[in-house]
Design a binder for this molecule. Structure first.
Ligand SMILES: Nc1nc2c(ncn2[C@@H]2O[C@H](COP(=O)(O)OP(=O)(O)OP(=O)(O)O)[C@@H](O)[C@H]2O)c(=O)[nH]1
Ligand SMILES: [Mg+2]
Length: 677
């Protein structure tokens, strides 16, 4: 903790933010530090929310001059006691977006209904929002009791009917007066009895930023609700979506200096980082673990339209989306229906006007295009959805499978569906799983990491079996051939795995000695392509001749002459050897050893790097003359491993292994001799 930051925070500086206007700690008792929960106010404008927070904490959270002048709350206000952190929200219909930012991280709601006014539009809307945000506990303060006369029962009945069918149906209704203090103690006891909601401490940290300011002597401070994980002083985190790295120099949890903040607390972080400044941070950003930084412009969610929505929501309707403290405009496209009827839930793709940080299970609220009504909300299911095929039956099944709160259950259901695997980083990031939880989740699902994927163990078995099956079939049909090229085999598979996963499974099969690699070929260990005794003798001699000049091997006619065998017979033998995979006829009657082809491709790739190569450069490395070099390059073009652009060529690095690994030669590369003066 930086002392330069702590000192002015609580002594000299009066901050225009939560950390400054508590006027010191109210009802100080340091032992109760961790017992605090965050209570958010809710309710119609002027119903007495701010007055009630003041009665409970002694703190006036309306601090802006404009708030004083107009007598209404405009921005979020914060007040702390040992037991509670209060987020006081505005009730005015024009500031519902601010209420949304404040309510998204709270543990419980303090719904305020003035007894002299009863249930009003924002009473209803705030209740809808709390419900959509998944806030499931709260207390109702029937306030301004001193003005109520005998209207208490009427308002209580209104409230009961409003809350029927919501998670607040059984909430306590407590008449109070902020002015006289009547009922305040009972209210505090009722709030205390609610208890904080369960937070995930084992996830990566994620703080929903609602403010940023600079403090002289300390620098940039960002505040918000820590929705998951822990943050410690000296942690290196990231501001997302901007993607800026930062270091935590100091922190306050629930308005007190601390070395660690945990999920569920309001947190102020003194941060520093290159390119980081107050102007870059906005309400709605996240401070999070770098692994959780993956802003999105589209996601799939389960969206529910509120029952009293004016009309059904059709595809591509623009709406305002609120998620965490963020807010943007989006288009909603229902996936498993053509539109969303009031009171109904569907799966939907939301396409956003600007990127936000969003992860699976995040709650969101939708308001209409003019931002005058809350129309619905829901739960985010997949923050990294595929661009294509969003409405296919397979995709809808996957979404249904992913719609589980428990990551292991979601993964289990997903992997039970075809194809039996999913992108590893996308899944783990979407669930914000820290390494310890990743292991536990994979074990529970169960799932195995295979290259960049997570696979059901059964899928790995099926794929392995399929590989072996294809090889066995091929060996039976072509006993003189060495085996199958990996890419041929992969593309022939019924449930075709991605290249990297396929390679990883092959590696497992190699290690288990179930499959062997012979140059570019895969084969079962039991399989050996065989030459006749005569061919074998002839080939041994021919091989020596070819190997002696591996980059410029003798042509068939010259080989025949050296071997004293008719040219026709020599060519036939070479073709048989080629079928076994030991030779490649790069140009008519020009046979290279397979491993030499791999070596030459490796050389071409090393010349080109990420750029291009010319025939002259290639020739100079191989010292084999322009014509042969061009034959080889044209062969590579035909094989699709190089791409010709005018007189230059690019090497497709994803295909460099198609002729097998290059051999290791003890002999020095020819280049050294050639370039010698
Ligand atoms: N008589 C009486 N007046 C109250 C009571 N509580 C609040 N008021 C008055 O009601 C008015 C509005 O109170 P606020 O606390 O600002 O209301 P609010 O709900 O915070 O309003 P917004 O934040 O703008 O939505 C103020 O003039 C308060 O003094 C109460 O218990 N009794
Ligand atoms: Mg207020």
């Amino acid at each position: 903790m930086s002392p330069t930051w702590t000192a002015p925070l609580f002594s000299r500086t009066r901050l225009p933010y939560e950390v400054g206007h508590s006027g010191g700690l109210h009802r100080g008792n340091n032992s109760a530090l961790n017992a605090r929960m965050i209570i958010g106010t809710a309710g119609h404008v002027d119903h007495g929310k701010t007055a009630l927070v003041k009665a409970l904490t002694g703190i006036d959270t309306d601090r802006l001059a404009e708030e004083k002048r107009r007598g209404i709350t405009i921005d979020l206000g914060y007040a702390y006691t040992d037991t509670f952190g209060f987020v006081d929200v505005p009730g005015h219909e024009r500031f519902v977006h601010t209420m949304l930012a404040g309510a998204s991280g709270i543990d419980a709601a303090l719904l305020v209904v003035a007894l002299d006014d009863g249930v009003m539009p924002q009473t209803r809307e705030h209740v809808q929002i709390l419900e959509l945000l998944g806030i499931d506990r709260g207390v109702v303060a029937l306030t301004k009791q001193d003005l109520a006369g005998d209207g208490v029962d009427t308002v209580a009945a209104q409230v009961r009917s409003l809350l029927a069918g919501t998670p607040f149906a059984t909430a306590s209704l407590l008449p109070v007066s902020a002015h006289s203090g009547d009922g305040i103690e009972a209210l505090e006891a009722a709030l205390r009895a609610l208890g904080p909601r369960l937070r995930d401490l084992e996830q990566h940290p994620r703080l929903a930023v609602d403010r940023a300011f600079t403090l002289s002597g300390a620098g940039l401070v960002v505040t918000g609700t820590l929705v998951s994980g822990r943050i410690r002083v000296e942690d290196r985190l990231m501001l997302s979506p901007p993607g800026l790295e930062l270091r935590v120099r100091g922190l306050h949890a629930q308005n007190r200096p601390a070395t660690e903040a945990t999920a569920g607390q309001r947190v102020a972080l003194n941060v520093t980082g290159p390119r980081l400044s107050k102007d870059i941070v906005s309400r709605g950003d996240w401070v999070l673990h770098p692994d959780a930084h993956r802003p999105v412009t589209a996601f799939d969610a389960r969206i529910t339209l509120v029952a009293d929505a004016a009309r059904a929501l059709r595809s591509d309707t623009p709406v305002h989306v609120h998620l965490g403290a963020a807010h943007t405009i989006a288009r909603v496209a229902p996936l498993d229906a053509d539109r969303i009827e009031p009171g109904c839930s569907v799966l939907a793709r939301l396409t956003l006007q600007q990127p936000i940080g969003a992860l699976a299970r995040d709650r969101l609220v939708l308001r209409d295009a003019t931002a005058t009504r809350t129309i619905g909300g829901g739960v985010l299911i997949d923050p990294f959805p595929p661009r294509r095929g969003r409405r296919t039956p397979d995709r809808l099944q996957q979404l249904a499978a992913l719609d589980h709160a428990e990551p292991a259950a979601a993964l289990h259901s997903l992997l039970a569906l075809p194809p039996g695997w999913t992108d590893r980083a996308a899944f783990l990031t979407s669930r914000n799983l820290a390494p310890s939880m990743q292991t536990a989740t994979l074990r529970a699902a169960p799932a195995v990491p295979v290259a960049g994927y997570l696979m059901a163990p059964l899928a790995v078995e099926d794929l392995s079996r399929d590989i072996v099956g294809h090889l066995a079939t091929h060996h039976a049909a072509a006993p003189d051939q060495p085996g199958l090229q990996p890419e041929r085999l992969r593309t022939a598979m019924a449930n075709r795995p991605p290249v990297s996963a396929f390679r990883a499974i092959l590696e497992m099969l190699f290690r288990a000695q179930t499959v062997e690699q012979d140059g570019p070929w895969l084969r079962l260990p039991s399989h050996r392509a065989r030459l006749s005794v005569q061919d074998e003798r002839l080939w041994r001699e021919a091989r020596n001749l070819i190997a002696a000049e591996r980059f410029r091997p003798p042509r068939t006619r010259d080989l025949a002459r050296s071997l004293s065998v008719p040219e026709l017979a020599t060519r036939a033998m070479l073709k048989r050897v080629q079928r076994m995979g030991r030779l490649i006829e790069v140009a008519p009657d020009q046979f290279f050893l397979s491993e030499t082809v791999a070596e030459m491709l490796d050389i071409a790739a090393s010349i080109a790097g990420t750029g291009v190569l010319t025939a002259a450069e290639f020739r100079d490395r191989l010292c084999n003359g322009r014509k042969v070099a061009i034959h080889i390059l044209e062969f590579f073009d035909r094989a699709g491993v190089t791409v010709r652009i005018g007189d230059e060529r690019r090497v497709r690095n994803d295909r460099v292994g198609m002729f097998g690994p290059p051999p290791r030669h003890d002999a020095p590369p020819p280049q050294a001799a050639y370039n010698a003066p």
